[in-house]
Design a protein around this ligand. Structure first.
Ligand code: BES
Ligand code: MN
Ligand code: MN
Length: 457
């Protein structure tokens, strides 16, 4: 045990109490009624950082505020920008939670609450790691900047303009993002790529009012039937998205990546069992991991319209809508794909209906160069902490800010996450492993030390 391990062990209880206090604040970004909780969560973090000796402030945006903090003056040390998000997904369906989502409980080594793993528990890791270094050595090996946003779960609509507005303030050598998962328990993981996202809503309108299906059925447009046609036409029997040009810019993974992934502890039968299904359909010709990490996809998230209550009602609805998203991979461009998608949707629409396509959110896909010195520093820190070298994987999820770090600030991101595959992100009974919480703090503290060595000034 070194001083870092000892400090973290001694502070475990308080680190956890801090997290629990933050988790109690229901900072759901997508629900306007929760705006006061968004502000409360931002203030909680600002005050916490301030108490640690950071200069900390709340920065307003067009949407939810950012929390920004810096420790000390830049004395020519390399600078790391630590990113996280304090907003969370809605907790519904509430009845599926074993304990209330905003009343954290500890059970068998996990803390259960909405936001435990995504992302409050993880966002606190670099902050606790910074505290650990300050209290054990009195100084930091790197200059530390902290940026925690409140709109990640709604697609970070304002993060790009905020980074542009504060480019000087945010100047850094590398970003650290703790918002991903480890490939498996006890298997430290660095993520070298994230898929992008294009989230849309399609609205289909038919007659100017609801119609009796006996009087009009067979001789009027039905928006729900039309929507079903459109949706079913977007992906073919081979699991390929049918939008013309959709795959044109798709880059295959490096042969080296493919080889590494083939040696990961992954078994398709165990995967199916975990999901409770007997098949995992998708694009033909690719493995499950390839389909989740480096292939673009299209999914429907919700359909609404017509009658869905108890009993029967013979109606032809005047209107129907669907939420549809596409996960994008390098080098697909969300704006280009949005145009192609809209064109295809209109072409698939049967006569008599009016169709509108709206883009609700988008984020670019990213890859991280595994040879960057910061990744070597991260790998070393993980190996020292977990006693085995990390695996390098990609992830299918999206974190919109990462491409903005690259494009606006010109810096790469180290995606070092400590979630687990069964943390129930965005689902009932979200949880975060306490062992990973504490190991994460130790690993990030070591990462900062190594970073100072590999990024000399
Ligand atoms: N932290 C997740 C992304 C993630 C999850 C990355 C698991 C890797 C592994 C993030 O909070 C998230 O949920 N992103 C959304 C973005 C969307 C709402 C714009 C996503 O991927 O759906
Ligand atoms: Mn997240
Ligand atoms: Mn999320």
């Amino acid at each position: 045990m070194d001083v870092i391990d000892t400090y973290v062990e001694n502070q475990q209880q308080r680190f956890l109490e801090d997290l629990i206090a933050w988790l109690r604040i229901p900072s759901i970004s997508t629900l306007p009624s929760h705006r006061p909780h968004i502000e409360e969560a931002a203030r909680w973090l600002r005050d916490h950082l301030h108490a640690l000796g950071f200069q900390a402030e709340i920065i307003p945006t067009e949407g939810h505020p950012l929390v920004y903090a810096e420790h000390g003056k830049d004395q020519g040390k390399p600078t790391v920008l630590m990113y996280g998000h304090y907003d969370v997904q809605p907790p519904d369906p509430l009845e599926k939670w074993r304990t209330p989502p905003f009343e954290p409980v500890i059970e068998e080594g996990y803390v259960y609450a909405r936001g435990a793993s995504d992302d409050k528990g993880q966002a606190l890791i670099p902050i606790h790691a910074t505290e650990t270094l300050l209290r054990t050595s009195g100084a930091l090996p790197v200059h530390v900047k902290v940026l925690v946003e409140g709109e990640e779960e709604i697609g970070s609509p304002n993060i790009g303009s905020s980074l542009r507005a504060h480019r000087e303030m945010l100047k850094a050598d590398v970003a650290l993002v703790c918002d991903t998962a480890m490939f498996a328990k006890d298997l430290p993981t660095l993520v070298t790529g994230l898929r992008g996202l294009l989230y849309t809503e399609v609205e289909v309108e038919g007659a100017s009012r609801d119609l009796h299906s006996g009087q009009y059925g067979g001789a009027a447009p039905n928006p729900l039937n039309a929507l079903a046609k459109i949706l079913s036409g977007l992906v073919n029997r081979k699991g390929r998205v049918t939008i013309p040009g959709f795959y044109t810019r798709v880059k295959p993974p490096a042969p080296e990546e493919r080889r590494m992934w083939a040696s990961l502890p992954f078994r398709e039968d165990a995967y199916l069992q975990e999901l409770g299904v007997d098949a995992a359909p998708g694009e033909e010709g690719f493995t499950v991991l390839e389909r989740r990490w480096v292939r673009p996809t299209l999914d429907v998230h919700g359909i609404s319209g017509g009658f869905t209550g108890e009993g029967i009602k013979t109606v032809i609805p005047a209107r129907a809508t669907a939420k549809i998203s596409m996960r994008l991979v390098p080098d697909q461009d969300p704006e280009e794909i949005a145009r192609r998608f809209a064109r295809k949707v209109h072409r698939l629409a049967p006569p008599g209906v009016r169709v509108q396509v709206r883009v609700l959110a988008s984020g670019r896909p990213v890859v991280v160069d595994p040879a960057h010195p910061a990744l070597r520093a991260a790998a070393r820190a993980l190996e020292e902490t977990f006693r085995r070298p990390p695996v390098l994987i990609r992830e299918g999820g999206s974190i919109p800010v990462v491409s903005h770090f690259q494009e606006i600030l010109g810096i790469p991101s180290v995606l070092m996450g400590f979630g687990l595959p069964d943390d129930n992100l965005h689902a009932p009974n979200e949880r975060f492993s306490l062992a990973n919480f504490y190991s994460g703090i130790r690993a990030v503290a070591r990462f900062l030390l190594h970073l100072a060595e590999v990024l000399p000034r």
